[in-house]
Design a protein. Structure first.
Length: 261
């Protein structure tokens, strides 16, 4: 099994490559490239949050308990919250996450459970996309991809280290296949993870406009039609009607027919 140093080393290299590529090839700013590098690097530890003890849990909750309240503060202020109330909510969230987060997670998760899985990767990436505040969707996708790459690097390294070489023979450890999995042994855990993926995916697709909300009430649909009719430009027949042709008759000496008959 890969250790703490191997995970942060591998995700750090991938984060450096992805952040540099995003800056020099895709036109993102150096600040955005640095942020996605740090997110990718940090996300290499995320799957070990279910280990309940040890250095990864302390490091993860130490960072998350600081970053998550800051992100929450941005959204609460945007939604028009009172500054003092927002500050109180953020402080309570920090204290609760810092002190009770590991205990609560230890009650709900087991090591190498569904948090070490592909659905968990989708959950953390989609959550990053939804909560990262930026007007440009491409920047939010960049940050979400960085978190996904870091998370995936951890799962891949766990699977690589589960292969044991004993001379010319290859032996798989008991942990082989427990990281890059789509389903676990617990039916409730599978149902919860995939329900979260579908819910967060729906919200993300709605954010980018790929899913349009439809009016469930027929009266709302009629109201929208009436509004469209009211905003329509009235048709002016006089604008499109052609002007009548005017014939000019020249009277001159060459006219044979008399003017009056």
């Amino acid at each position: 099994m890969a250790g703490y140093k191997e995970h942060i080393g591998f995700s750090g290299v991938l984060g450096l490559i992805w952040g540099t590529t995003a800056t020099w090839m895709f036109g993102f700013t150096p600040v955005q490239g640095t942020i996605v590098f740090l997110l990718t690097w940090f996300s290499g530890m995320l799957p070990d949050i279910d280990s309940q003890t040890g250095r990864p849990v302390r490091e993860i909750f130490g960072v998350v308990s600081v970053v998550a309240p800051l992100i929450m503060m941005q959204h609460l202020i945007t939604w028009g919250g009172d500054p003092e109330r927002v500050l109180l909510i953020v402080l309570l969230f920090y204290i609760g996450l810092r002190n009770f987060g590991p205990v609560l997670l230890g009650k709900l998760c087991i090591h190498r459970g569904m948090y070490h899985s592909v659905p968990a990767l989708f959950i953390v990436a989609l959550t990053t996309f939804l909560f990262y505040k930026h007007d440009n969707v491409e920047v939010r996708l960049l940050m979400a991809s960085g978190v996904g790459i870091g998370f995936l690097s951890h799962l891949m390294l766990d699977e690589i280290y589960s292969v044991q070489w004993t001379g010319a023979r290859i032996k798989l450890a008991k942990s082989a296949g427990s990281a890059l999995k789509w389903f676990g042994h617990s039916v409730p855990a599978n149902a919860f993870c995939w329900a979260a993926v579908m819910f967060l995916g729906y919200l993300a697709l709605s954010e980018v406009g790929l899913i349009m909300e439809t009016a469930s009430d027929p009266s709302e649909l009629e109201q929208s039609v009436e509004l469209d009719d009211a905003q329509a430009v009235p048709f002016d027949a006089g604008v499109l009607a052609p002007e009548p042709e005017t014939k000019h008759v020249e009277l001159g000496a060459g006219t044979d027919a008399p003017f009056f008959q």
